[in-house]
Design a protein around this ligand. Sequence first.
Ligand code: ZN
Length: 129
Amino acid sequence: MKTIKVQSNRREELVEITREVAREIPASGEGICVLYTQHTTCGLTINENADPDVKHDILLFLKNTIPQFYDGFRHFEHNADAHIKSSLMGFSLTIPFENGKLLLGRWQGIYLCEFDGARERKVLVKIIT
Ligand code: ZN
């Protein structure tokens, strides 16, 4: 099991980790790469890495849909929004690979979705061949 460390710089941010994950892929053979994060206020997703406005729009939509301060939220840390957003994004990804390459689509990148930064996060990487 490998661990990728990810530093976020804002409370909410999509941090691309495609290169860091690609480094863990074996040069030959095929299999799946499982990514998993043990945190409760960040998630993982795959989405477009060509136009940075896509990241902006995802974060804007989530922020407007799930505000940090919402009448009735009870969680004492005042980050219930981060917990909800993380659950919506999910805590794991499964990506196939072949001969040293992740089989991502042409416009796809892998992102850690930070919702309660800035802080250092860890992503576990399991290669299954
Ligand atoms: Zn909390």
